[in-house]
Design a protein around this ligand. Sequence first.
Ligand code: S3P
Length: 450
Amino acid sequence: MTASHRSSPRSLTAEPSSALEGSIRVPGDKSISHRALIFGALAVGETRIEGLLEGEDVLATAEIMRQFGATVTRTGEGAWSVHGVGVGGLKEPEAPLDFGNSGTGARLIMGLVAGHPITATFIGDASLSRRPMGRVIDPLSLMGAHFHARDGGKMPLTLTGARPAMPITYRSPVASAQVKSAILLAGLNAPGETCVIEPVPTRDHTERMLRAFGAQVDTREGEGGLEIRLVGQPELTPCPITVPGDPSSAAFPVVAALIVPGSEVIVKGITLNPHRAGLYTTLMEMGGDIEVMNQRDEGGEPVADLRVRSSRLRGIDVPPARAASMIDEYPVLAIAAAFAEGETRMSGIHELRVKESDRIAATASGLRANGVKVHETEDSMTVEGRSGDVGGGGHVATHMDHRIAMSFLVMGLATQKPVTIDDGAMIATSFPDFTHLMRGLGASIIGQGQ
Ligand code: S3P
C-alpha cells in the first residue's frame, strides 16, 4: 500500500506570500515515466532511465512490473534500471496489482495484460475505483481479453488476456491517450497490424517511445481522424531514456509566479510536446509574461526552460479543440482565471468529470468557497475574474485529487486571506516535493508533517 493510503488526512494552508523568486526543476513527466518502466519491462536487455518521477503513481507501476517478472532497480536519485522479459514474456502475477490512485497505470497495464495469456486482478484506492474502465474494456474485449468488473465497468476487476490477441482497427469514442496506449500495448503481442483512429489527437508519448524501442508505428491523417498503426510482435530493444520535466507539474509554480505580485521564476527542462503545451499557449493569450528559452530536443521530446514574471491577466475563451493538450491543467488555469480581468470560458471539458475527482465540480466549489463566481455546465466552466482581488479564506475539499490540492495551495499564495485544503497527502502521487520546492521560491505553505 502506498503512503497516501496509509496516512490520515493532512490539511495544509497557503498564506498570502511576498514575491516568488528562484530557479527550479520540476519532477520528471508522469506519462513518460510510466511508459519508460512499461516498455523497459517489455524489452529484452537493460533499459536505463534518468529523471524518473518518483511519485506514488509511478512507483506503483515499477512494483507491478516486478510482479510480471521484470527486474526493476533504483540505482540513484531518479535513476532506474529495468531488465525486461520481452513482448509475450510477462509472468502471471501472484497477487493483485495495486495501482493506488493511478488511472494511467491501471489503463495502460490493462492493455499490457490483455495481450498476454495471463490473469491479473486490478485494485486501487477509492478514487480509482470510481473511475470508468469501460473505455478500455470495450476495445480490449474486441481483441479477445475477458473482464470481470464491478457494475458499470469499475475496479476492482480481473482480466484474463487473449490467447492470442487479435489485431483490431478501433475508432476511439473518447479523446484519451490512455485508451490509445492500452490498445497499442495489447497490439504489441497481436499478429498483424493494430490501428487506433483518434478523432482528436492526444499526447503521443507511447508512439514516440515505441519507435525509440524499435517498433514500427506509423501515424497519418485519415478521413475519420489521426490513424496510428502498429505492426505487432516486434522485438523491443532497450533504449536509454531521459525523462523531461512534467509540464503538468510545472503548471503550479508557473501560475503561482503569474499571480503573486513581483514574482520572477525560472522553471527548467520541461517538455513542451505540442500535445502537452496547451496551458502555456492559453496563459500567454491571457497576457502572461512567459518567455520560452533554450528550446532543444532531449530524448525525442521537445524541451525548454520558462521564465515567468507576474502579470495582469485577461480572461479569454479557451478553444475546446485545445482541451486534450491541457486536460490536466484546467483546475490551475481556473485559479489563474480567478485573478484575471473579465471572464474565462473553458468548454469541451466533459472529460474533467471522470478524472481523479470530478474536477469541474471540485474546482467550482473551491473557487466559490474563496469568493469567486463560477458558472458550470456538464462540459464547461466559466470563471468570473476578480482582477487580482480574490478574498480567499475558504476551506477546500480535495476529493483525493492531487491537482485540486496543488491548485488551491497556489491560489492561497495570492488571496487576501489564507486558503486551507483538507488533505495534501495525494500530492505525493505526482509531485512529492511540491511544498518544499514552493517554499524554496518563497511560498508560505504551512501544515503538520510537510
Ligand atoms: C495520460 C493521459 C490523460 C491524462 C493523464 C495521463 C497518459 O488521460 O489526464 O493524467 O499518460 O496517457 P486521458 O488520456 O484519459 O485523457
